[in-house]
Design a protein. Structure first.
Length: 264
């Protein structure tokens, strides 16, 4: 079982309330971001964090997504802060944000930061099989510095800022000046770095809409056989002011064509 499969199995166990199969090594707290540049490279084995990772086309699709994102965001100015959201729950926002961040971390050896701004139901740490004590919430309330809260994943140069828990007033917290300052700091501190934000769904909550005003671009996830057309319309209308970079069609049907697998 690969490291990622173990992490996924553990996350599934945690969701079921059962004790984890694998005890994760404690995640090191990063003191000096420059040291992250020494992280080991991703391997094909742990690249694709996806329950369908046995399908050979999945990691290739994330590479294509990476290529599109790089094309859309490079130039002057470099649009390096990207929000991943969708209309409703369970459409694949977190899994997409994580895979995109890992794919970008592989490209050109970028250091990539993945920030869990789902302060209602954070799950980035669960997918990675880590139990961080500090995160965005502690940075926002002054209990920790960014350097203390950032977690080096060991997956290439992917660094994570976990949510650090949940709050009762996420919209207020995410629209605060402190949050805007943190996004600005993350954007400018290492200007060559992508910062990917995972977020809650847009229809039930205003969180992602609030955040969309502070980032350079929004990636909107649609899940095949799951997302309703009217929800897409309503969601995108709510994001009308945002810089919509594109729509990611997740969990697409895999069909065999001309002897090769394709995703649609
Ligand atoms: N392409 C896919 N292939 C297989 N499973 C998928 C795919 N996309 C999402 N899933 C599964 O669907 C579930 C929800 O995925 P994920 O956590 O990424 O959704 P989400 O949009 O972040 O949900 P939430 O709104 O609750 O945060 C997970 O169990 C995930 O593994
Ligand atoms: Mg999620």
């Amino acid at each position: 079982m690969s490291r990622i499969e173990q992490a996924l199995e553990k996350a599934a166990q945690m969701r079921r309330g059962a004790p984890p199969l694998v005890t994760p090594a404690p995640a090191p707290v990063v003191q000096d971001l420059d040291r992250l540049l020494d992280a080991p490279a991703l391997t094909p084995e742990n690249f694709c964090l996806n329950h369908q990772q046995k399908s050979p086309g999945a990691s290739e699709e994330y590479r294509k997504l990476r290529a599109q994102v790089v094309q859309l965001t490079h130039g002057l100015p470099f649009r390096n802060t990207l929000l991943v959201t969708s209309a409703a729950a369970g459409e694949g926002k977190t899994i997409t944000a994580l895979n995109l961040a890992m794919a970008l971390a592989q490209e050109y050896d970028y250091t990539v930061l993945l920030v869990d701004t789902d302060l209602r139901k954070p799950s980035v740490h669960e997918y990675l099989g880590i139990s961080p004590k500090l995160g965005l919430i502690q940075c926002l309330n002054g209990e920790a510095s960014l350097d203390q809260a950032l977690v080096k994943t060991g997956l290439g140069k992917l660094v994570v800022l976990p949510a650090g828990g949940t709050v009762s007033n996420p919209v207020e917290v995410l629209s605060s000046n402190r949050m805007k300052d943190i996004i600005r700091e993350l954007k400018t501190r290492y200007p060559e770095r992508y910062v990917v934000f995972d977020s809650p769904p847009t229809l039930p909550f205003a969180d992602a809409r609030v955040l969309s005003g502070s980032v350079d671009g929004v990636l909107f996830v649609i899940r095949e056989g799951w997302t309703r057309m009217e929800d897409i319309r309503e969601s995108l209308a709510g994001l009308a002011e945002a810089q919509l970079l594109g729509v990611i069609y997740n969990d697409a049907t895999q069909t065999k064509q001309q002897g090769r697998y394709h995703y649609y």
